[in-house]
Design a protein around this ligand. Structure first.
Ligand code: GDP
Length: 174
């Protein structure tokens, strides 16, 4: 029997230094990692790809960088989910995330999954953005909010699974 494996594209967005690279690297070591060999040369040049096994179904997720693909536009790219990262220690990165989410939802009318991520929660004493503030923003724009520590691999599996669940949910119940 043959099994069809779905491929999804995830665009990693956010100000420089918030932890996008660190998050994407940690996704590659997830315990949800499937068995499918991800050999997509065109992706290896500018992103990373991981196969994820969730609810008995395997999916390949390609992670693309905002710098290479602003707002996921150009070429024939179709983006299935947008991950908008900020650092909870840096208000300017949060403001950048706010304007990104607003641009996607309001100006571009994106109806795909958008996941807002507050990273670097290990730096608790330097926190400048509250969970409440970010949660309100997320609910206002129909996004999911998650907090992570990419540096210590905390809540990374939950985020990865959350992204995939959101993609599948939007496909089945748009
Ligand atoms: P990018 O520019 O968004 O891709 O950010 P990077 O992934 O390159 O991370 C920028 C810096 O933040 C690096 O020095 C990382 O080690 C650090 N960093 C990333 N995630 C965390 C985190 O969760 N906690 C802390 N303390 N540092 C982090």
């Amino acid at each position: 029997s043959s099994v069809t494996i779905s491929h999804y594209r995830v665009l990693m967005m956010g100000a420089p230094g918030v932890g996008k690279t660190a998050l994407t690297r940690q996704f590659m070591t997830s315990e949800y990692k499937g068995t499918y060999e991800t050999t997509t040369p065109e992706i290896e040049e500018d992103g990373m790809s991981v196969s994820v096994l969730l609810d008995g179904e395997e999916s390949v997720m390609d992670f693309l960088d905002e710098e290479m693909h602003p707002d996921g536009e150009g070429e024939d790219l179709s983006i299935d989910a947008y991950v908008v990262v900020f650092s909870v220690t840096d208000v300017s990165t949060y403001n950048y995330a706010v304007s990104t989410v607003r641009r996607l939802r309001v100006e571009k009318g994106v109806d795909r999954a958008i996941i807002l991520v507050g990273n670097k929660i290990d730096l608790a004493r330097q926190r400048r953005v509250t969970k409440h503030e970010a949660t309100s923003l997320a609910s206002k724009y129909d996004c999911r909010y998650t907090e992570t520590t990419a540096a210590l691999n905390q809540h990374i599996d939950e985020l990865l699974v959350g992204i995939l669940s959101q993609i599948r949910q939007k496909l089945h119940h748009p």
